[in-house]
Ligand binder design. Structure first.
Ligand SMILES: [Zn+2]
Length: 342
């Protein structure tokens, strides 16, 4: 277990805009988000853990690439976005508000309400119909993760799905449709998320996108060699395009082959430290991947979020640095993307 959280670090934590940039939801819909139940993130745990905002993702699993499967993936993503939007309500004494902009996320903090940011994970739901991206945006979605495990019509993944017939690379990065998808994401004001993509896809997305790209949930290859993590040269690209890598609480990304109980916030902070040393405090952030496989022994659910701040304070991060890590950097990217939308 963690050392006790000092009163100073607890107060600091409570005062920050704290945005977790990758949280899954159960699907088909599971326990209510207003019930302190089995979900790792619900509104009561967010309050208890001083977590002010979360990106909740409409995640669609990869399947074989038939038109019927792509249509079903799109329908699922829309249904999930509608469900995420319905989380914006008051129940059990907690108010949650759906927020679409950086300003709205900050206003929610000032108003003492939880900010819900809808997002979409896996461009498989786009198929080859780029008009679907505007439909996601119309439902508040602020980022699209280009791939999940397995190549799709847009791009290559870092984890080819041999069971679906994937070769190591199919498009050599972004497909022509994928390049057009990046342009459409720029146009509608959605962030390009390269978590889960191949390294070629990541590099090409950084070149093609008019706005900074992000990884919403990845860690550092130099500390843990995993396909989902970022090599040093990729970190350098993130810095060059003014993007951000959101270090995530997936144990096997933090320590080789670690189970959740075998990794903790100290390991998490090692990855943050490494990224900050390499590319600076302006390009690093925090995510959990809760309810999607993420948790570690002392950050088991959103209720433990203050433990992350406590560890960073012990390592000498001050208020300004923590404000950037916990949301300021991601909000900066959101604003750039909002302003570039046309
Ligand atoms: Zn993911």
């Amino acid at each position: 277990m963690n050392d006790a959280i000092s009163p100073d670090s607890a107060a600091l934590h409570q005062s920050l805009v704290t945005l977790d940039t990758h949280i899954d939801i159960p699907w088909p819909p599971g326990p209510s988000p207003f019930e302190d139940g089995p979900r790792k993130v619900d509104m009561l745990k967010m309050v208890r853990g001083g977590l002010s905002a979360g990106c909740f993702v409409a995640y669609v699993p990869q399947a074989s690439r038939t038109v019927a499967n792509e249509d079903a993936a799109y329908a699922r993503a829309i249904a999930m976005l509608d469900h995420i939007n319905a989380m914006g309500r008051t129940e059990a004494g907690v108010t949650a508000r759906v927020t679409q902009t950086a300003n709205e996320i900050e206003a929610a903090k000032r108003d003492g309400v939880r900010a819900i940011v809808p997002c979409v994970e896996n461009g498989f739901a786009v198929g080859t119909d780029l008009s679907r991206i505007a439909q996601f945006r119309a439902r508040g979605a602020r980022y699209l993760t280009l791939t999940h495990n397995g190549h799709n019509a847009l791009a290559d993944s870092c984890n080819p799905r041999r069971d679906l017939g994937d070769r190591e690379a199919e498009h050599g990065g972004l497909s022509p449709v994928g390049r057009a998808a990046v342009a459409e994401l720029n146009r509608v004001g959605m962030i390009v998320d390269v978590a889960h993509t191949s390294r070629d896809t990541m590099q090409q997305a950084a070149e093609v996108s008019r706005t900074p790209i992000v990884s919403t949930h990845s860690c550092i290859t130099a500390l843990c060699d995993h396909p989902r993590n970022m090599a040093d040269w990729q970190l350098d690209i993130i810095k060059a395009v003014k993007g951000v890598i959101q270090i995530t609480a997936v144990s096997a990304f933090l320590r080789p082959h670690a189970k959740p109980e075998e990794a903790g916030v100290a390991d998490f902070a090692d990855h943050v430290d490494y990224a900050v040393k390499r590319i600076g405090i302006d390009h690093v952030g925090i995510s959990s991947d809760f309810d999607g496989g993420g948790w570690i022994r002392d950050w088991r659910d959103a209720g433990d979020s203050a433990n992350v701040t406590a560890e960073m304070v012990r390592r000498g991060y001050d208020r300004g640095a923590l404000a950037k890590l916990w949301g300021g950097n991601f909000l900066r990217v959101m604003r750039v993307v909002e302003e570039a939308a046309g």
